[in-house]
Design a protein around this ligand. Structure first.
Ligand code: UDP
Length: 369
């Protein structure tokens, strides 16, 4: 019998890689297909060396309730045919919520990686997913003491919570290409170390409103007058830009398709500044020692704010904050490089395996052997 790891998006693949490796043959990956295309998932499975998952069908590209219910029905069938020892989910996606509900319905022990994040922003579907998962999980792996405090404030039993650190730290350490490879990559892109901005935009709050999307792209285009702005474009954002007729704003930017994880980390490691609405990049910037402008209304990762990151709304504040950070120059970057990441020491996955083993199953060891 195995441990079912239910996931469906790019950041889950990244953040569960080390855990899957440590579990070895005991890990059974179930991919809901929430993001399933080659750019966002297929290449990540092979790049990260993950085993072939069982794929669910009819989930990707559907409305949220349909994604959850379609995945839930198929997971229940899978878990009935082959009951896992435990179910592991990560983060706050629809895939993670479906995995959690399926485990709960079959009374299978549920472990939540990255528990206790809270934006307190009830407009974000992810906030609802997180709260629901945390309240039904048996083992909650909080990345930071702040995450643990969020859970305690909601009355979650202290005995269910452990502070493990965030698995993204070991993902960055494991996947960042070596210095020579990074130098070759920069040369290939025609970029100078510390001489460009790396940006990503994909959250609905920035893409689904043409006004917000125009504001973000206008600021990036203005920054591109001073230094190259590299934008690996998420397929959803590309579609919205075309629909809103904003293509012209891309002209000054260095636009590409989404890049693989190692390449993204390498580009981020040598950027003068990151601009993004991503959750994971708020953590990665602290491991890579790079400043980040977070283009969002709210964040569930306040630990990154201050030295590493700052939160701004779409609009002129982006350019103002970016120029302030860029003005700190190489000294600013050197200072960040000396600061520890608030997200852990790179051993979260090891701690999670220990918790999983202790909490759910001595059989786990037998299955892994
Ligand atoms: N990422 C990547 N290639 C790209 C853009 C991002 O590998 O072209 C990685 C990034 O480093 C982070 C993850 O994808 O680990 C973030 O995924 P996303 O922004 O889709 O989700 P979020 O973090 O907001 O949940």
């Amino acid at each position: 019998r195995s441990v079912a790891i239910v996931l469906g998006t790019r950041p889950e693949l990244v953040k569960l890689t080390d855990l899957v490796r440590l579990l070895g043959p005991a890990a059974h990956l179930v991919h809901t297909g929430q993001h399933y295309d080659e750019e966002l998932s297929g290449r990540f499975l092979s790049e990260l060396g993950l085993p072939e998952p069982t794929f669910l069908t009819g989930v990707g590209g559907r409305p949220r309730a349909v994604q959850i219910s379609a995945a839930l029905g198929q997971l229940d069938e899978l878990f009935t045919a082959e009951p896992p020892l435990a179910v592991v989910v990560q983060g706050d996606t629809n895939a993670a919520l479906a995995g959690a509900l399926a485990a709960n319905a079959r009374r299978i022990p549920l472990l939540h990686v990255e528990a206790g994040l809270r934006s307190h922003d009830r407009n974000m579907p992810e906030e609802h997913n997180r709260v629901l998962i945390d309240h039904i999980a048996d083992v909650l792996c909080a990345a930071t003491p702040e995450n643990r405090a969020n859970l305690l404030a909601e009355g979650v039993d202290v005995a269910r919570i452990a502070v493990t650190g965030n698995t993204v730290v070991e993902a960055v350490h494991g996947q960042l290409p070596g210095a020579r490879e990074r130098a070759a990559l920069l040369a290939r892109h025609g970029l100078a170390d510390g001489g460009y901005v790396l940006a990503t935009v994909h959250r609905p709050e920035n893409t689904d409103s043409a006004e917000a999307l125009r504001a973000v792209l206008t600021e990036l285009a203005a920054l591109a007058a001073d230094l190259p702005v590299v934008l690996p474009l998420h397929p959803r954002t590309r579609a919205r830009i075309e629909a809103a007729g904003l293509d012209d704003l891309l002209a000054p930017l260095t636009v590409s398709a989404p890049v693989g994880y190692g390449e993204f980390l390498a580009l981020a490691r040598h950027a003068a500044l990151l601009v993004s609405d991503s959750g994971g990049i708020q953590e990665e910037c602290t491991v890579l020692g790079r400043p980040l402008i977070v283009v969002r209304r709210s964040t569930e990762r306040p630990e990154a704010m201050g030295d590493f990151a700052e939160l701004v709304e779409p609009g002129p504040e982006i350019g103002q904050a970016a120029r302030r950070r860029l003005a700190e120059g190489p000294e600013g970057l050197a200072r960040l490089a000396t600061l520890p990441s608030p997200f852990g020491d790179g051993r979260a996955s090891e701690r999670i395996v220990t918790l999983l083993t202790a909490a759910v199953a001595p059989q786990l060891l037998a299955a892994a052997a």
